[in-house]
Structures are given as structure tokens and as C-alpha cells.
Design a binder for this molecule. Structure first.
Ligand SMILES: Nc1ncnc2c1ncn2[C@@H]1O[C@H](COP(=O)(O)OP(=O)(O)O)[C@@H](O)[C@H]1O
Ligand SMILES: [Mg+2]
Length: 256
């Protein structure tokens, strides 16, 4: 459903993506794993047309992502962010209805009964039924991210791109949000690509992991096949030092 071919992006002399190629099947839950600066956000932004590649191509259902069909792409592809991107002084319901704006003409921004029903359904799916009319600034971080997810669901997207959706949340809440994304993937069949820098989340939730470092794919496979050597390629030498110190700790524990 998504075909990425020799995708490259430079900002000035900084080659951020270096001729990356991979495909994503419909209904996949794919994790893009890599340290800060690896090029993960740039990759997602190329997929939804927010960033124009220097060369190469992204196809979504055989349609080339580019300036000409950006509105069509926006209807198919929803995006979730680390910083939630919600409007604090609006209610949960109104934040979610904003997700419908891409479908409306600027001359008619009144929402229909059907659109309100869709919004309520999305709010229910993310578990915020009792908060529907609460202003978003009264909610916790995890609840705000749920609003961000409901706003995307109301667009009925075929693809959800999540850019480090749990990086501002504590681990327990982060896990709940990833569980919600997994539920959406399984129940609705929505294709999900989720950027993460944390290996433990990636292993728990990814059906497939693409590991990226310096704009190059270092690993493309299942979580269970990922080896220490792959992790050194993804995270660099600092990961090797971690392994060594862990092994030393284990040895120390065994000698006690
Ligand atoms: N709009 C931009 N202008 C210039 N440099 C950018 C821009 N966006 C990203 N970069 C650079 O691209 C590199 C990769 O960034 P990014 O894609 O955000 O990585 P990640 O999401 O993996 O942390 C970084 O060196 C960053 O500074
Ligand atoms: Mg990023």
C-alpha cells in the first residue's frame, strides 16, 4: 500500500535520508526505531507530503505523494505527534471535530449530525466518553494524546503516522497509548507507522521494526530476530558499552 523508493532528503549539506527503500503492506503495524536525529520524523513527513524529498518517491496506493494531490493524501493519512497538537482552550468534542475540517468547504464549516456522531464514536474508542465536554487543558498528558488520536480517527484514515507519540508520557501511560494504537490497527485494519526511540516499546508492539541510523536502514525485520549487532548498527557504539556493562553487572551479581 505504501511504496518508498530511493527516498532521499537533504537540508543544505545535511543528508538526512539516504536513498531509503521499503514497502508497507495494508494493515501492518510498523515501528521505525532510531536515536534522536536518525531521520525518523523527516521520513514520516515525506510520507504525508509535509516535506518534499530531494529525490526518490513515495507512492500511496499507487498515487505519488506530491504537491498536486496533497489534499487527497491528507484524507488518507492521519498524523499523531509527540506534543499532542491539541487546542487547550477547546473541549474534547470540538478538538475532535477539527479533524473533520479537511473534508469541509471553507464556506460551510458547520458540522452535520453525522459528523458529530463520528466524533462521538471516536471519543468512545479512545475511552474519553465522560470527558466529551471538558476543556482539554484540564486533561492529563495521556488523555490529551487520546484526544489527538480521536481527532485522527474521525478522519477515517487508511494510514496513521505516529511520530514518537509516547515520548512525553511516563512508561505506564505510554504503554496504554501504544495499546490503543494496536487496538485501532486490529479492529479497524488501519495501517500504522509509529516512530519510537525506545527499544523495549518497539519490541513489545512492533510486528516489524525498521531500524534507522544516519538516514540509512540498518534493520528491517521482526522484533524477535533483532540481534545485539543490529542494535549496535541502530544505536551506535554506546549500545555496545551498555551490553558490556550489563554483562559485568550480571557477572558481579553471580559472584555475590
Ligand atoms: N526542516 C529542517 N531543516 C533543517 N534540518 C532539519 C529539518 N528537519 C530535520 N532536520 C535535520 O535532520 C536530521 C534528522 O532529523 P529528524 O528527522 O527530526 O530525526 P529524528 O526524528 O529521528 O530525531 C537532524 O540533523 C535535523 O537537524
Ligand atoms: Mg523526530
Amino acid at each position: 500500500m505504501i511504496n518508498i523508493t530511493k527516498l532521499a532528503k537533504s537540508f543544505g549539506n545535511n543528508e538526512v535520508l539516504k536513498e531509503i527503500s521499503f514497502n508497507v503492506e495494508q494493515g501492518e503495524f510498523l515501528i521505525v526505531l532510531g536515536s534522536s536525529g536518525a531521520g525518523k520524523s523527516t521520513l514520516l513527513r515525506c510520507i504525508n507530503g509535509l516535506v518534499t524529498p530531494t529525490s526518490g518517491e513515495v507512492l500511496i496506493n499507487d498515487m505519488s505523494v506530491g504537491k498536486n494531490n496533497i489534499r487527497k493524501i491528507r484524507k488518507k493519512v492521519g498524523m499523531i505527534f509527540q506534543g499532542f497538537n491539541v487546542i487547550d482552550n477547546l473541549s474534547v468534542l470540538n478538538n475532535v471535530l477539527i479533524g473533520r475540517l479537511a473534508y469541509k468547504s471553507p464556506l460551510n464549516i458547520l458540522f452535520s449530525k453525522e459528523e458529530r456522531r463520528l466524533a462521538e464514536e471516536a471519543i468512545e474508542m479512545v475511552g474519553l466518553n465522560d470527558k466529551k465536554n471538558v476543556r482539554v487543558d484540564r486533561l492529563s498528558g495521556g488523555q490529551k494524546q487520546r484526544v489527538g488520536i480521536a481527532r485522527v480517527l474521525v478522519q477515517n484514515p487508511e494510514i496513521i503516522l505516529a511520530d514518537e507519540p509516547v515520548s512525553s508520557l511516563d512508561p505506564v501511560i505510554g504503554k496504554e497509548i501504544l495499546e490503543l494504537l494496536r487496538e485501532i490497527n486490529q479492529q479497524r485494519g488501519t495501517t500504522i507507522i509509529c516512530n519510537l526511540h525506545q527499544l523495549d516499546y518497539a519490541k513489545t508492539f512492533g510486528k516489524r521494526i525498521i531500524g534507522v541510523r544516519n538516514g540509512i536502514i540498518q534493520y528491517n525485520g521482526t522484533p524477535s530476530n533483532i540481534k545485539d549487532n543490529d542494535l549496535v548498527n541502530i544505536y551506535g557504539e554506546k549500545f555496545l558499552n551498555n551490553i558490556k556493562s550489563n554483562k559485568n553487572e550480571i557477572k558481579e551479581l553471580q559472584t555475590i
